[in-house]
Ligand binder design. Structure first.
Ligand code: AVI
Length: 327
């Protein structure tokens, strides 16, 4: 592909296949009690593949429910926003993005897509496939963390920009992270620009817990893979066999909490971070929260940050929501 159609920018340490940093967040999480790990370390190449498998699981409803909403309303989104640059946070395989690209293409708008992901392999692969399938598309990818990649955005040649954050990835942020995230987003959007947000909605505990403790054990493998990722990235010696996966729904916080439980005493060394941590038998480590929202509360929250909802869509079961906001 010509440079005009495909440009991928590796931020941070460009020689690694996945965006990296100095591991400060790892040290912070492992030296806290209770221990925790940042969910972005799920997504090395293997983890991104496992996540794609999760999206296909019968119990994991978010992906297909959001896709259903997009199938129905992507045209409305495109008609609302007019021609705009599409910036996707956590683009992964860009599968749902196609529904948006189709809608913008059908309106006759120029297609300019800026995928942002921590995993370079999946971003590159999906960008190339998109370029084959959309001959008029231009892709300018950024491999890096959201914060870093967003700080590198250059002015768009199109009349507007729409940043979109699908799949309830916002739910993986704690409330303070969420606030900081929106400060950065609203700082980047020009008046009249758009933000499209996919949120998972509150629903019975049984449905939620089944979605995160699937019967094929893919979510368990995804959770454990974070330890394998830390082993290669930071020269560690986590013994994956000593840990088991569990996800519970914390009703009072409206969030799924995903844990790795250590079954036997374990001394872990992460050599390149010069860090040694001890795990006790029975100790739990939090690897992810996945918050579940309510459409009205989210609209209110966004409004407080200067983002006005122009339209909110949901599916027939009201399991998932899609909010189009304008600043
Ligand atoms: C990426 N994120 C929105 C997923 C979620 O549902 O919170 C990650 C995930 N974790 C376990 N299954 C899926």
């Amino acid at each position: 592909f010509s440079e005009d159609r495909l440009r991928i920018n590796y931020l941070g340490s460009a020689n690694l296949p996945t965006a990296t940093d100095d591991g400060k967040d790892i040290i912070g999480g492992l030296t806290q009690r209770p221990k925790s790990l940042p969910p972005r370390y799920f997504y090395d190449e293997k983890g991104s593949q496992l996540f794609e498998q999760i999206c296909e699981l019968p119990e994991y409803y978010p992906t297909r429910t959001e896709a259903e909403i997009l199938q129905q309303y992507a045209v409305d989104v495109a008609q609302f926003t007019g021609a705009c640059e599409l910036v996707e946070l956590g683009s992964g395989s860009s599968t749902k993005t196609r529904l948006l690209l189709d809608a913008y293409e059908n309106q006759g708008y120029p297609l300019r897509y800026v995928p942002i992901d921590v995993s370079g392999e999946i971003l590159e692969e999906s960008a190339k496939q998109l370029l084959l399938d959309y001959p008029k598309l231009k892709v300018q990818g950024q491999v890096g963390t959201y914060e870093h990649a967003l700080s590198q955005l250059t002015p768009t040649p199109l009349p507007r920009r729409m940043i979109f954050f699908l799949g309830n990835s916002l739910g993986n942020f704690a409330p303070e992270q969420c606030d900081r995230f929106f400060e950065q987003i609203t700082g980047l959007l020009a008046p009249g620009d758009y933000f499209l947000l996919g949120i998972d909605l509150q629903k019975p505990k049984e449905i939620l817990e089944a979605a995160y403790n699937d019967s094929q054990g893919v979510t368990g493998a995804f959770n454990l893979n974070m330890l394998a990722h830390l082993n290669w990235r930071f020269q560690g010696n986590f013994d994956l066999d000593r840990f088991t996966h569990q996800a519970i729904y914390n009703q009072s916080e409206s969030q799924i909490e995903m844990y790795l439980h250590c079954q036997e005493t374990h001394v872990v060394r992460l050599a390149s971070l010069d860090l040694t941590v001890e795990f006790q038998a029975g100790e739990s480590m939090l690897t992810e929260i996945s918050r579940k929202f309510n459409v009205e509360q989210m609209q209110h929250y966004l409004k407080g940050r200067g983002l006005n909802t122009v339209q909110a869509w949901t599916d027939t079961k009201q399991w998932f929501g899609l909010l189009l906001c304008q600043i």
